[in-house]
Design a protein around this ligand. Structure first.
Ligand SMILES: [Zn+2]
Length: 222
């Protein structure tokens, strides 16, 4: 790929698939083995930048960096780390909107490996199954902790929740700031990006507006 095209693709934030592109051998190595290798590579990057790795403040950075990548920022790449989503039968027979708002988004852009920070709002209309509220937050956290594109993050959360809850009636709204837009390139500090994915009854504009109004209402209240 030409360098100009690489830049172009990154700035356009194009993603190619709903699934995170992973190799078949992605998890053949253990976390510790990965940390070992990444540590070595990052040390080489720092060295190439001209940094003195013998400096007390810098010498531990390659290890800290590697551990942060594998165990924290990108723990959500490994399907073994997906939170167990237990559902319960809808004993109350509650069949109206349930909206979980202002869920923290801590993600990273896959084109620049810089943070994406923001909020997710997730609504669903239960059929026979309901889910523990904190499980929605955990699921968001899991999918966010991969190199991501905001549109794909939205879709991955939507699809997983639709499968878990056994209903199409789910809506996922994400509003986030991308540090690759605010700290490099155009360096726009104010703009944010909103994405919205939904299925089932939320294809109806009135159902969607109920959710959007509710998000707006609470925002003005606090
Ligand atoms: Zn980016």
């Amino acid at each position: 790929m030409r360098k100009e095209d690489i830049e172009l693709l990154g700035d356009a934030h194009i993603s190619t698939s709903i699934d995170t592109p992973l190799r078949a051998d992605a998890f053949d190595k253990s976390d510790d083995e990965k940390i070992e290798v990444i540590q070595r590579h990052f040390k080489a990057i720092m060295h190439e930048l001209g940094l003195d790795l013998n400096d007390d403040s810098l010498s531990g950075t390659p290890y800290r960096f590697a551990k942060m990548y594998v165990k924290e920022l990108f723990y959500g790449l490994n399907p073994n780390n997906r939170p167990r989503i237990s559902t319960f039968s809808n004993k109350y027979g509650y069949k109206k909107l349930l909206l979980e708002q202002d869920i923290t988004i801590d993600s990273s852009c896959e084109h620049h490996f810089l943070p994406i920070v923001g909020k997710a709002h997730i609504g669903y209309i239960p059929k026979d199954k309901v889910i523990g509220l904190s499980k929605i937050n955990r699921l968001v956290d899991y999918y966010a902790h991969r190199p991501q594109v905001q549109e794909r993050l939205c879709l991955q959360i939507l699809k997983d929740l639709q499968d878990a809850l056994d209903t199409e009636d789910v809506i996922v709204i994400i509003n986030a700031k991308h540090l690759c837009v605010s700290s490099r390139g155009i360096k726009d500090k104010q703009s944010s990006t909103t994405t919205m994915e939904y299925g089932g009854c939320f294809q109806n504009i009135e159902e969607r507006n109920t959710v959007l109004k509710q998000i707006d209402l609470l925002r003005n209240q606090f």
